[in-house]
Design a protein around this ligand. Structure first.
Ligand code: IPM
Ligand code: MG
Length: 371
């Protein structure tokens, strides 16, 4: 298959992790004889510094010309700590989502048996957890009108949804549930908000087209507790933009590290894949950031193009790296593998390199006891 991938490293650790994504895609291309090419573009604080814009038109064009986008991370404390900054890195990501028409963000949460000990929750609570948060991505408070009064003493952010936005993501949610455990949970705050009540009315209508899926509802405050008390009760969670942002990050902690959480953003024409974590600017250039969320986002990219054997080869390599603890310090305190070590191990494993283990041993200067 011929694939053109736009790489948008963004800020902080973005370059280090997307480099590993590219490395792994190159290994897949070699092993399975695909023609995968890459084009690069700036976004976020990096783009502001170079061009004054968090998403220059040229970057959006590069994405539109590609078959898929691989995105790193966005954000910089320089802007986080300055509430008066008019131009902000995150605007680049919102503009990109809008510009590419991305309306659904799929965030799978899966607990790896070898990593249950890393979770802050008890093994008996989290074992076999496997659910997906489907976050609406094109509406809600992220795209409503933001206002601040002239005296600067009051402000508002509008939350707005229309039926079309709800319906398209709801259909996706039902079809995902149909292919999984056939359970869909709509998370909202329908005891408070009109937008949530509109969501419920639309979902009730659409549910009639999917009789095999069991639909239930949960208020977001209760859901945030249920996710910790009994995460196994969920299969597909559907929720609006802001609740989805918050709940998916909470959910990623169940699996032990946010460094494992991958995501896919789906549009009518375009697709974008990104780790759900942030730019971790403090770690920039230190080669310590966990590349697995990005690499697992690459697996989602391969699955999107129905390259299932390729995605399986990648996931097997990731499982192996976890099993052998060839992982970055957030997952592994006994050995120190770097971001690029992990990417190299995974790509060499995919390529069946006979020397992959000795290579890793050398990388680790003989500290390893496992291999
Ligand atoms: C995410 C991030 C973004 C969001 C930020 C960086 C704008 O937190 O993708 O979850 O809030 O959507
Ligand atoms: Mg977030």
């Amino acid at each position: 298959m011929k694939l053109k991938i736009a790489i948008l490293p963004g800020d902080g650790i973005g370059k280090e992790i997307t480099d590993q994504g590219v490395k792994v895609l190159e290994a897949i291309a070699t092993k399975f004889k695909h023609d995968i090419t890459f084009s690069y573009a700036d976004v976020g604080a990096t783009a502001i510094e170079k061009t004054g814009s968090p998403l220059p038109d040229e970057s959006l064009e590069i994405c539109k010309k590609a078959d898929a986008v691989l995105f790193g991370a966005i954000g910089d404390p320089k802007y986080d700590n300055n509430p008066d900054a008019k131009i902000r890195p995150e605007q680049g990501l919102l503009k990109l989502r809008k510009g590419l028409g991305l309306y659904a963000n799929i965030r799978p949460i899966k607990v790896y048996d070898d990593l249950t000990y890393k979770s802050p929750l008890k093994e008996k609570v989290i074992k076999n957890t496997d659910f997906v948060v489907l976050r609406e991505l094109s509406g809600g408070m992220y795209y409503g009108e933001n206002k601040v009064s002239e005296d600067g003493l009051s402000a508002s952010d509008e939350c707005i949804y229309n039926a079309k936005e709800i319906d398209r993501v709801a259909h996706l949610a039902f079809s995902m549930a149909k292919q999984r455990k056939k359970k869909l949970t709509l998370i909202d705050k329908a005891n408070m908000f009109e937008t949530s009540r509109l969501w419920r009315r639309r979902i009730m209508l659409i549910a009639k087209e999917y009789p095999e899926v069991t639909l239930n509802y949960m208020f977001v405050d209760n859901a945030s507790m249920q996710m910790i008390l009994n995460p196994r009760q969920f299969d597909v969670i559907l929720t609006e933009n802001l609740f989805g942002d918050i709940l998916s990050e909470e959910a990623s902690a169940i699996a032990g590290s946010i460094g494992l959480s991958a995501s896919a953003s789906i549009g009518e024409k375009m697709v974008l894949f990104e780790p759900i974590h942030g730019a971790y600017v403090k770690a920039k250039g230190k080669n310590i950031a966990n590349p697995l969320a990005t690499i697992l986002s690459v697996a989602m990219l391969l699955e999107h193009f129905e390259l299932f054997e390729e995605a399986d080869a990648l996931k097997t390599a990731v499982n192996k790296s976890i099993e052998l603890q060839i992982t970055t310090p957030d997952l592994n305190t006994s050995q120190k593998f770097s971001t690029s070590d992990v990417g190299t191990f995974i790509s060499e494993f995919i390529l069946d390199k006979k020397n992959v283990f000795t290579h890793i041993e050398n990388m680790n200067l003989g500290q390893s006891t496992i291999i």
